[in-house]
Design a protein around this ligand. Sequence first.
Ligand code: MEV
Length: 323
Amino acid sequence: MEISSSVAFPTIGIVLLGGISDQNRRIPMHDSAGIAYSDEKRSIRTATSLYISGTREGYFNGNRITPDNSYRSPFRIIEKYEGRIFDKLGMDQKNRFICFRSENHGILSGSSDSGAAALGKCIHSILGNDLDMGEFENDLRSVSESVGRSFYGGLTVTETDGNKAITRTVADWPVFSDFTIAGCPFPEPRKPSDTIHENIVKSELYGERVKTAGNRIRKLEGLVRNGELEEIFDLAQEDTEDYHSLIESVGVKIINGAMRSFIEKVRETRKKFWLSYIVTGGTNVFVVCHNRDLGKVMDIAGGNAIKPLQLKISQGAMSFEKH
Ligand code: MEV
């Protein structure tokens, strides 16, 4: 019996996160910012539903998974909130379990955020105002460190005190309706983001990175207040450049030769019209441009044998009421 369903959209970092407290709680070690994205039709998404069954189980992209205690397991969240969900639904919990089914559609990167957020939205749609949202976000964080980006959507900032991190939307998605992101995939398996988190903190420049990220968040909020939208993405590009040179210095290379030469093309093109680029933890180059310039960006990508996806900044997770 299905009790709730939701969709959530994947994410891209704007001020990139590097360094988390531990693999379990995954508390960010500095402030960061990001956006949720999808295509125009919102078909790029994670779709998740919760149902009740006599065995504890879950399905991820059609594969059955059984509960384990591994870190990042969605079962931990479900187990924590299960009793309250049965209470709210007025159901006896005996011999019954809350189970989940989750499917990713067309996601380039940032799928763990949308997975955690879609699960969270399913629970939120049932428990609603009964939830302490700060505590809830931090529970969901154990599945994905930047879940708030997808849960709340638009442009979000996540601030941390080292023990807890809270996300808020600083610019809602319609603010960016004049922008398109060409998501350019490069065929190479991605490295787990934990490789970045574990190594970046080893740099002697890490303390500086933490400060720079914090300063950029303050600057970003000023840009939002003044409606300086291109500058937000210029700041993101600057952050991408700093971040990747720092992780490369500790042996984690994400930007390969083909990506680098495409990035050079993008940088060249900036002399002709405005555009900027972002690279997060996957082998994708996200090129942000005005809608009117998308054709030209697609031509540059096509000339480099890249097939971009046309992406828009999207809203937060949405539920479909069932109860
Ligand atoms: C993964 O937790 C974080 C990166 O994708 C950077 C970011 O998006 O903030 C590596």
